[in-house]
Ligand binder design. Structure first.
Ligand SMILES: *Cc1c(COP(=O)(O)O)cnc(C)c1O
Length: 420
């Protein structure tokens, strides 16, 4: 059996999700609240509101009912027979988050935060988005609750992701183009924070992953916990046991934590997160934060991040917009540091090949983000035997990525018919 025993320095308390993060929002040395004084009261208010409503059965009931009827949960746990046969190793199962409304896991969190907004008596929501997926999820739930929605987006990203801009507008959101800096995600983020500081009385800021200052990593994780909880039950129904390995891609880390958190205290379950190695981790063009980064502060929290010699944040690169982020959620830094989770990186090339293979072997076109997790099966499968079971979080569908994949192949003089 291939197993990673828990590192000796890991005690049970360190793995108890109720004690993680601590009251300061720390996961070991990671996390915390590195924000301007003007935002401290908003964060405190948010933390109190979350603790109050998350403990309230009527909030839980409404969240669960919307997850079922609006999002379409539970998402299936699907046995990928042909992929399993292809590798001839472990049994491969897919947790089908791609079948959720709006096509990815992101809706779980957007829905939870929208409900919280309503309970806090706020009527306006802001968000920032890079690829537009988080913006679309946020615009969707704002429409559902009649909340005013403003999404900040770099103008370069607006050009690259025009269909998602149209989707957000269709849903009634206002998309504000950001012209400053590199005109991408991090500039949109700065603008969103500026807006929040100004309008904090009326406005909730919806962060799209398990990053940012406390309490965001904790509450975003809570809204995604349903992924792992369903998985545990589905494994029980299908084979009466636990999975051996959980595999997920990591951008900020929300789909991975949503799957992992339920199993962190199960010592026989290996947790593996896959980052984007872009054009290779030896180049400067990658997004392998946990593999190549150093500890620093970004977007309100201490975590691993990509930085140059002077400590300046380095630009990230990945073919997949959702992994193209120089930071990572602080809890992943912690799980790495204590040796509880493993993190590896796969390149753009490997991800595209994996996307094509999953499409043709399973009839499922995964998102390019998700394809990074599929690509790691090449390495993982030969390490495991046929009695072992891998659950891969199929975080989203790939319809949004077709142009990117076609352009990628065209630039390499390849056609789709010869690509496998
Ligand atoms: C946004 C996105 C990701 C990356 O975000 P995480 O917070 O790391 O989950 C992964 N997969 C899909 C389909 C996404 O849309």
């Amino acid at each position: 059996m291939t197993q990673t025993p828990l590192a000796p320095r890991v005690n049970a308390a360190a793995l108890d999700p109720h004690l993680r993060p601590d009251t300061q929002g720390r996961f070991g040395q990671f996390g915390g609240q590195f924000v301007p004084e003007t935002l401290m009261s908003a964060l405190t208010e948010l933390e109190q509101a979350f603790e109050q409503h998350w403990g309230d059965p009527s909030f839980r009931a409404e969240f669960q009912s919307l997850l079922r009827d609006f999002v379409g949960r539970p998402s299936p746990l699907y046995f990928a027979r042909r992929l399993t046969e292809h590798y001839g190793g472990p049994q491969i199962y897919l947790k089908r988050e791609d079948l959720n409304h709006t096509g990815a896991h992101k809706i779980n969190n957007a829905l939870g935060q929208a409900l919280l907004t309503v309970r806090m008596g706020k009527k306006r929501v802001i968000a920032e988005t890079g690829a537009g997926q988080h913006g679309v999820a946020t615009a969707t739930v704002c429409a559902r609750f009649g909340l005013e929605c403003v999404v900040y987006m770099g103008v370069l990203d607006m050009e690259r992701q025009a269909p998602n801009v149209q989707r957000m507008r269709m849903l009634g959101a206002e998309v504000r183009g950001v012209e400053s800096g590199t005109r991408t995600l991090k500039d949109a983020l700065s603008e969103a924070i500026r807006d929040w500081v100004t309008n904090v009385e009326t406005t909730h800021y919806v962060i799209g992953t398990v990053a940012g200052p406390h309490p965001y990593p904790k509450l975003v994780r809570a809204f995604h916990d349903v992924i792992g909880q369903e998985t545990r039950q589905q494994c029980q129904e299908k084979w009466g046991g636990l999975p051996d390995v959980l595999l997920a891609c990591v951008g900020g880390g929300s789909n991975a934590l949503g799957l992992f958190n339920e199993f962190v205290r199960e010592p026989t379950v290996r947790l593996i997160g896959i980052e984007a190695a872009g054009e290779g981790i030896q180049t400067s063009r990658h997004a392998a934060t946990l593999t190549r980064g150093r500890v620093g502060v970004l977007h309100g929290a201490m975590s691993y991040l990509l930085q140059d010699e002077e400590g300046q944040v380095q630009e990230a690169h990945s073919i997949s917009a959702g992994l193209d982020y120089p930071g990572v959620g602080p809890e992943h830094s912690y799980l790495k540091e204590i040796g509880r989770a493993e993190y590896y990186a796969v390149t753009d090339d490997e991800a595209v090949e994996a996307l094509l293979m999953a499409s043709r072997l399973e009839g499922i076109i995964p998102a390019l983000e998700t394809a990074h997790a599929f690509a790691y099966l090449e390495t993982l499968a030969p390490q495991l035997g046929p009695e072992q079971r891998v659950v891969l979080n199929c975080s989203g569908r790939g319809d949004k990525d077709l142009n990117t994949v076609f352009n990628y192949l065209r630039q390499r003089g390849r056609s789709l018919t010869e690509s496998l």
